[in-house]
Write a new protein. Structure first.
Length: 299
């Protein structure tokens, strides 16, 4: 698609006004379709840099405050933020190790990225069940290792069995030793988080109930793409049930568990691929052949 820039726009966030701003106008319909709800506006650094932003993800609430009139609520823990260029970084501990700085990245929809320099120095690469996924970053899309970290700790809050990607070394934004990795919305979305970027800090709050749910993870090993009346296998993950059953890229599926492909949207496909371990999934190919996969954890 194309983008246009429009000047003289005023945004009113519950009485906090951003006047005479230049904004980008783009078609967000495809993103809205993928996430299952309309997405009329994306707020960026103007809001986060100039205000205290209180996002309670479990409660699905957001509030904006002027910094001069803000006092943190009870039950939250203050965490220092360090500027690392375009992002801020926060301390995070991996499996009981000393805390390291990790990029604080609400633009990362995943849980955790471990950058090559830190992952190798800390001995996090070997001895774990692993597979690969396709991952995009500055530098393009490439195959990336994925494994499970037994626990992470942020400001005293522990989260267990965290899926983490291990990008290979190469020409990408992840090839840096300025931080140990990147923590994204898969982790941050379990917290109430309050950012004060101008003050170089944030506050975190969470309940056992918000931290405990297991992470969504691929348990079949099929990368799927909807195409007209069929679902096309884009890739097969190593060490997965699909790999063990001999699936290959390019095969075309016309029904899953008896539901026709045209009735399955992207959200339904994600739910099928990430279903609970032990569940059997029946896939019907063009021509009528059926194959059954049993979901399991493979990384």
């Amino acid at each position: 698609g194309t983008a246009q820039f429009v000047g003289g726009v005023t945004l009113d966030l519950g009485g906090i006004v951003f006047a005479d701003r230049t904004v980008a106008v783009i078609d967000l319909a495809a993103i809205g379709q993928a996430i299952g709800r309309p997405l009329p506006v994306i707020l960026g650094k103007d809001a986060f840099n100039g205000l205290i932003v209180d996002i309670d993800f479990p409660a699905r609430a957001i509030a904006f405050h002027e910094s001069t009139a803000f006092a943190p609520p009870e039950g939250v823990v203050e965490v220092p933020l360090t500027s690392t260029g375009s992002l801020r970084a926060m301390p995070l501990s991996i499996e009981g190790r000393e805390p390291e700085l990790f990029d604080f990245d609400t633009g990362n929809g995943g849980a955790l990225i471990l950058y090559p320099a830190y992952a190798e120095a800390a001995g996090l690469v070997d001895g774990r069940p692993r597979s690969t996924v396709m991952s995009g970053a500055v530098g393009g899309v490439r195959e990336t290792g994925i494994a499970t970290i037994r626990s992470i700790n942020i400001a005293g809050f522990e989260i267990r069995d965290v899926p983490a990607t291990f990008p290979p070394a190469g020409p990408s934004a992840v090839d840096s030793d300025r931080t140990a990795g990147n923590v994204g919305m898969g982790v941050l979305g379990r917290f109430r988080l309050i950012t004060d970027f101008e003050g170089g800090r944030l506050w975190l709050g969470a309940t056992p109930e918000s931290l405990a749910p297991p992470f969504a993870r691929d348990r079949l090993g099929l990368g799927l793409r909807k195409e007209a009346a069929a679902i096309v296998v884009q890739r097969v993950s190593p060490n997965s049930p699909a790999a063990a059953a001999g699936w290959v890229a390019g095969e075309r599926i016309v029904a899953i568990d008896g539901v026709a492909a045209e009735a399955l949207d992207a959200a339904a496909l994600r739910a099928i691929v990430s279903g609970p371990a032990g569940r059997s999934v029946v896939l019907t190919l063009e021509g009528g052949a059926q194959r059954t996969l049993e979901a399991r954890d493979f990384y």
